[in-house]
Design a binder for this molecule. Sequence first.
Ligand SMILES: [Zn+2]
Length: 275
Amino acid sequence: MPEGPEIWRAADEISNTIANKEIKELFFAFDELKEFEKELVGSKIISVTPRGKAIINAFDNGLNLYSHNQLYGKWMMSENGMQPDTNRSLRVAIKTNDGAAFLYSASEIEMLEADEVESHDYIKKLGPDVVHPETSYEEVLARYQDENFKNRKLATLLLDQGFLSGVGNYLRSEIMFCAKVDPDWRPKDCTEEQLEDLAHYSLELSRRSYKTGGIIIEPELKEALEREGASRKNSRFYAYKRTGKPCYKCGREIKEMKTGGRKIYYCEHRQKSVD
Ligand SMILES: [Zn+2]
């Protein structure tokens, strides 16, 4: 599932491809959206905003296209307006004379009036967005210190979009690795310094991933691994999907465990105080 950094990049792509251009043609697969196919011709998209794992395309007539990709949805762009070659099922197409955006396989697609966006069931529950440039370190630290969250296991808390939005499975493992925190712990088990590190890395790693297209490790390490001939796949993460491989910080094996049905990856030595 895409996480915040990927959603932000998708929003940038949509914006770069079709924003502020007159829309010539629209397609909506769902019956309840068909009425907008004609209505929106001639309008423009004036902003494309990531909200957690959803994206809001705002039209200049006040309407807002809400889409949440769930597990399989994917936005694809086309510079020449031709439909991408894919077996996925097309849900939305927005075409201009100079580029088109296509949304495939997503199941949650709605048209919202301007005053319905913030009160939308999904959006109103979102915590601070870790990729958003205006989300502050203090705001994120306050979440980790919050009485409402401090008794919950970090491994599950970090996947809750109401806690911090934009964190998903890979960021969860990487944030806890960098903050040297045991995935079985709750915020209340952490020292103040560990909570500060969690807040720091929640922002740092998410923003780095947005900027680099999914590379979490620090640039120096990335360069060193590249010099050794490592593939892109093998030089992105500290711990995520690196089970059995040596930890970049201590050389011991990275381990995995299942929590809430999803795997978490960690360094036992670094995060569980085991030799
Ligand atoms: Zn280690």
